[in-house]
Design a protein around this ligand. Sequence first.
Ligand SMILES: [Zn+2]
Length: 331
Amino acid sequence: MALLETDGILDTLARLPNAPASIDAIRAVHSASYVEQIRALCQPIDASSAKPVSAATAQDAGAMWLDPDTYLFGASYEAALRAAGGLLQLTDAVMTGQAANGFSMNRPPGHHARPHSAKGFCLFGNVAVAARHAQEQHGARRVLIVDFDVHHGNGTEEMFYDDPTVLFISIHQYPHYPFSGGMDDCGSAAGEGFNVNIPLPDGVGDAGYLAAVQQLVAPLAQEFAPDVIFLSAGYDGHWMDPLSGHRLSVSGYAALVQELFTLAESLCGGRLICALEGGYDLNALPHCILSTLRVLSHSPSPVSDPFGAVEERSDAADKVIAAAKRRLGIR
Ligand SMILES: [Zn+2]
């Protein structure tokens, strides 16, 4: 927020009010028992009275650990409802034409959360919740979700695995956390072919991701003809990020967003709804978000990249992309 305020871009953008998501909206992709579990664990609000649920992490007084990465405090339930709720407000604005596109700077992120459990810093699957909301409240028939977070979007995948109305495409480092996301996992039943994993090896950098978007995401999106595109925008593939080895740059992320923005303009009236997922280098992350906002608002100079790029293994993605093309029947 400090960078966005200094830059002045916030003065040019509409800011939407935040409200907690309704329980019904969350239950569209999560089980009622899981939502109730999170609610109950977050009572009372006083975090000092909370008991750690794992002996291994008992030293973290005041936090309850749901898995080795994912903790709760007393206010986490409301925070998670508001993370999804902010994205729902944005979805309403875009689907009703009040906004052309938008970005939700939500925390916690969502794409690892599973239907019945939390995972990888995520409590509720924000983008999945919003995708269902776009269908149920705004009549969207086909929803495309692109996930360029460096980690596989296992939660989103699981929620729509048998659903042909939601095409989910995840580009991620592989093998890497959460150790799912292989190319063979392509959906089941009626959803077969509507789950696409693009698992890229270490170090592919900007060129690898751009090739994946141009050569795989673009033709798949054109064939699918979505009514709206959601972007699970994780920036943890940046070369300064401590949690990955994909070596992207801020400029590289801006180019990816530009590609997806152009696709949205040609396929679905520009309806591109972005939600923050990962991003753990706090110097790089603000510039990634600023550059994304500049792309979304047609800035003539979208890139704000004081860090530059590093050497990448630009051919490392070629084999995977070629294999994916064969499997998906893309010439
Ligand atoms: Zn991530």
